[in-house]
Design a protein around this ligand. Sequence first.
Ligand code: ACM
Ligand code: ZN
Length: 752
Amino acid sequence: MIFNNKIHLVLFVFLLFTSCEHKEKKELRDSIQIIPQPKSIHIDSGAFTIDKQTVIYTNERNSFAADLLKSLIEEKSTFKCKIKIKEDFSPVEKGNIWLFNEGKDEQDESYELLIKESSLLLYANSNKGIMHGIQTLRQLFVDAFYSDVERQSWYLPCLQIIDEPRFKHRGMLLDCCRHFFDKEVVKKYIDLLAFYKMNVLHWHLTEDQGWRIEIDKYPKLTEVAAWRTEKNGERYGGFYTKKEIKEIVEYARQRNITIIPEIELPGHSQAAIAAYPHLSCTGKQVEVANDWGVFKEIYCAGNDSVFTFLEDILTEVMELFPSEYIHIGGDEAPKYRWENCDKCQERIRKEGLKDTHELQSYFIERIEKFLNKNGRKLIGWDEILEGGLTQNATVQSWRGMQGGIDAANAGHDAIMSPTSHCYFDYDLKSTDLEEVYGFDPIPGGLSQEKKHHIIGGECNMWTEHVPTEGRLDTMVFPRLLAMSEVLWSYPEERNFDSFYHRVQAHYPILDQMNVKYGLELMPAVIEVEIRDEQAWIIPKTGHSSIYLRFKWENYPAFKPFDANLKLVRSGAFFVQAYKDAKPYGNPIRQIFEYHKAIGKKVNYASAFSDYYKAGGDFALVDGKTASTDFRDGNWQGFSGSDLACIIDLGELTKISSINANFYQYSNAWIFLPKQVTYEYSLDGKNYFVLGRIASDIKPEDRGKIIENYTLDFDSKEAKYVRVTAENIKRVPDWHEAAGSEAWLFVDEIVVE
Ligand code: ACM
Ligand code: ZN
């Protein structure tokens, strides 16, 4: 318990003499929709009234919190609210608000909120606790968010809340590099994080595509590295001046948000190298990247002037950011340049390192020592585990939970943000509201005595495909509400149905806060089931409050589903979801191909990847075609191996054309096949080549490309069709991920 006995005694006596008129206000109870769910909440009858008589008493420590509460009350009131500073807690005057910060422990985030008809009391041991209590109060002022009418009085429901967070690190990463968001957007997000009791803004400030922080010693970082030339020739960029950063850091501090800056090294550094080419292994001039992906130009680990540069940068960064932690990235640093650099190889020899992974550890350790010497701690992405973890590092686990488990087992702290639940750049198909809500930052299998090393989690908002504030809001909300509750509340206090109900009450609040929130879940997923060698279209929705209607292209109106929708035609098929009798999201479109191999058995000579199954053994004959989104669930992927499969048509069938779609997106290491061969057979033993096809598109061609490999031929009777597509196997030498296994992606094999 956080409060001492003396205060409890005073409180008890005080409450004994307060009257409760028992005016039951059901709507007031209904207005209690707090996110994240408090640890304990007891709701009483009656209400506390705030009006022109009300005084906010506070001790000096909470003056910011008191001002915030005052402005919240006054924003939509006809009256002004007084603040009186009082250092001793002596609740003698009724009808007033008391904010009391005992100041015993600045790290203690707990608070107690007691609302009686006679008074409103908020206690904590720290500013942090008081501010959390204020955020809870703000959420109780829901009327203010619903109405534009100025009021003469406010009613808050009588209740007692005792609350504290489960994790001490509750963050969101905001990538301001891939796209730049100005100061006001960053402040808006600080407000929103505070409103949902998050406490860390992990500010991603340097990238291949742009450097966003002013550094006095290296002016070219903002003259050159902050700007890129887009493919259409337009200049894009921006940066935060030191003055702006100080303003933002102070704004965050007042709201109990710690900003942890991320300065990426040794990879994701092409923009800096474009400004100062001597920092790379080759010393050659490169451009600030204008494409997405992972780039092989990284800081040279054999060049001492690189470390001087980085230490200078970090010195200025530490002057701006008072955070205990500095994030140094450490992720996705291809070792291609280091393998081929005399200086890096010399460093490996001199330092007695085994390979370039150990060279990365050397790099990180040098930076860590510098940070530690300056009283700061290092956080790095889980790649910093490769080649050996440095002494004091905290690991941010993103490639699943294993990085966090390994770090904790080695006695290091970890922050969990696995792609499975925490990547808000992923669409709702992979990460919907319920998926986020299902996240538990404590990995299963971690022993009891290691669990304390998991200090919390973050959601990561990478912005490659998020060019505007509106899009940012749509990706972050409402999923942030789920993350907030996951990081604040204990699993036994959480329940998705209750949470979902509360989320509905937050939409008007978010509207008032100018948040263009997105959907909670994919309105519909169009699945296909194969039964009796037929494809049956089965649209599914993730929530009982949603219903679906469908239509084929060129039909005027959506109509209700009938349970047995058999695929008997090709074309574009649309599903519209509805919630509360209103369309929910845009119609979902699926192109179907109806053909002779639908539902036939497919035998694979080499296995498709577990990551890209596209529905498994019938994926290539289910009629459902894939889009330019390689994660759309319709592409079947083969990593480093060919596609080689035989379709058993079951009986002799007249055929005169075969086609299949393949995909290329070299940023994701997916390439078109070198060649596709179509064959047929009557007996399944002897195969005859119908034709071989190659594409004019080269592996070097960038962008997301769907290429159709069609073969028309004189009609044949066939019982079997064999399709072989030759994977290029390895990512080519010119590519930033040279030597990695190449992906081959295929979709529907259409047999006519
Ligand atoms: C990351 O997503 N590359 C940390
Ligand atoms: Zn080098």
